[in-house]
Ligand binder design. Sequence first.
Ligand SMILES: *Cc1c(COP(=O)(O)O)cnc(C)c1O
Length: 338
Amino acid sequence: MTLIDRYRGRLPVTSRTPIVSLGEGNTPLIRADRLAKAAGLRPGSVHLKFEGTNPTGSFKDRGMTVAMSKALEEGSRGVLCASTGNTAASASAYAAKAGLRCVVFLPRGAVALGKLMQAIMHGAEIVEVAGNFDAALKAALRIAAEQDFTVVNSSNPFRIEGQKTAAFEVAEVLGRAPDFQFMPVGNAGNITAYWKGYKELGGARTHMMGFQAAGAAPLVLGHMVRDPKTVATAIRIGDPYSKASALAARDESGGMIGSVTDGQILAAYRFLAHEEGVFCEPASAAGVAGLLKLARAGRKPRGTVVCVLTGHGLKDPDTAARFAPRRRAFTPGRRFEL
Ligand SMILES: *Cc1c(COP(=O)(O)O)cnc(C)c1O
């Protein structure tokens, strides 16, 4: 069953909406006892919502199935997005499935290799922007409005609607919404979507704990960052589109938005792969880095904790390659000591 069919009653679709699906959602919630131990929490209290198993390898597919289905229903000329990579990968795949034109604005030299390859292979029209993501988004929004293309960034409310289904899945597996949720924050659509999802389930009890990279932390600093810098390209964003709703999610839930350094992000990224068997991309590890940072400062969460791992590690082979160990050689015919 498609994600839209599963949650039809809670999504803005009708029987006339043509569903564009690649089998998104229904991602695993993985018990993470080594991570719990590292954070000083009891076994069974920490889970990873691994969104890397979505069809294009990130949670963007949840929103894209709804946004693309609605674009098709509305007779759109084509779709357009600005992207640090995953929105482009997802939009290009779903547009290919829908048979719609897809134009992606990418900040030049700032997109992880795997994501760029996805956009190429799905046949998107790629526009290189001489500037960062924030500049690309501004340009994309203006050009789409002038030329009547459908924007499939998280400024599109159908994206948020689709993405809130991840909160439903978490609550189904746990039997109720978690007490704490740790997650990365970039353009801030996803924290907005999860909070909307948890609120729709009623009782809204989850403390929303968002983490930005220290070099790209406008919501922590309280002002936009002109030249955001971080290894975690998916959250290298200086002027988040959904900042108001992210701050509302923080405040209504009694949560926080904090920052973690690139060193902390990469340590969490490696820990998850080495100790939990889950390979996510660097940005995805920001929430886990935040959990470990708070735990070390004696600010341990109580109750059940979910960490959202937003995208797959294979998206960014260049960052993974930094961790290459020294390799041993084997010569046939010679003895090899394990
Ligand atoms: C898009 C994305 C984010 C950031 O999500 P926002 O909704 O922009 O806050 C984080 N991690 C990954 C892997 C992403 O693709």
